[in-house]
Design a protein around this ligand. Structure first.
Ligand code: Z5A
Length: 210
């Protein structure tokens, strides 16, 4: 069994994952825990190249559902095998900005890929590997996207339209309900309150693990 713990932050764009990640990292470091942060897709040189590829617009061709799905799992495989598992084995805790649940929400709920297909790919790529704890930052797509828009141009996936994000959120909520080690935080609150709620959830996870 790995020495470290794998904690994943999930949520729609603009939910505040980046700022919550910073707060969790600081809290873990106060506990003298070594922290490695990751993001998906991305986190290795090859996975970062895949990230650029999936996020950019391809005006002269259609990006098929299958291509998008396979690229997400290709990036995840690179990250898990080259970064996450070695870090956990070395005793670090890994804080992940998104992981497999994003594929279930976006490619499954959003694009309509079947749960059976997702399950086959997960089994092939991850086997039984899964987060020890998932923090889901729940936000209505209108609010999240308006925050994301405040930062500039929306990328290819962000341009998918409101109905896509509503399906993704619905899927997140259903999946989180069924996960044993998961907590939902209301991400529509002020950022300070979102961070405070996230830190309470983290502390409970740490206490339960001790
Ligand atoms: N994707 C997928 O389809 N399938 C998969 O399997 C995976 C990913 C792994 C990754 O892009 C895209 O890939 C993503 C899902 C898809 N695309 N979409 N659409 P990304 O990493 O660039 O996207 P993101 O993860 O959603 O990043 P984000 O928009 O930066 O979200 P965030 O990290 O949660 O938000 P933030 O950067 O912390 O905050 C965004 C802005 O809102 C910022 O200006 C903050 O100051 C502001 N903010 C945050 N919280 C608050 C509160 N509480 N109040 C006010 N303002 C706030």
């Amino acid at each position: 069994m790995a020495l470290g713990a794998f904690i994943v932050i999930e949520g729609l764009e603009g939910a505040g994952k980046s700022s919550v990640m910073g707060a969790l990292k600081s809290r873990l470091e106060e506990h003298a825990i070594r922290v490695v942060t990751t993001r998906e897709p991305g986190g290795t040189p090859m996975a970062e190249a895949i990230r650029d590829c999936v996020k950019q617009a391809w005006p002269d061709e259609t990006v098929t559902q299958q291509t998008e799905l396979l690229l997400m799992y290709a990036a995840r495989s690179q990250l898990v095998e080259n970064v996450i598992k070695p870090a956990l084995d070395d005793g670090a805790w890994v804080l992940g900005d998104r992981h497999d649940l994003s594929s279930v929400a976006y490619q499954g709920g959003g694009r309509g890929v079947s749960l059976a297909t997702l399950s086959t790919l997960r089994q092939m790529t991850l086997g039984t590997f899964a987060p020890d704890f998932t923090l889901y930052l729940d936000i209505a797509p209108e609010l999240g996207l308006s925050r994301a828009r405040g930062r500039g141009e929306l990328d290819r996936i962000e341009q998918a339209g409101l109905a896509f994000f509503e399906r993704a959120r619905e899927t997140y909520l259903q999946q989180i309900e069924a996960l044993p080690n998961a907590v939902t935080v209301d991400a529509s609150q002020a950022i300070e309150k979102v961070q405070a709620d996230a830190l309470i959830a983290l502390q409970q996870f740490i206490d339960n693990r001790a």
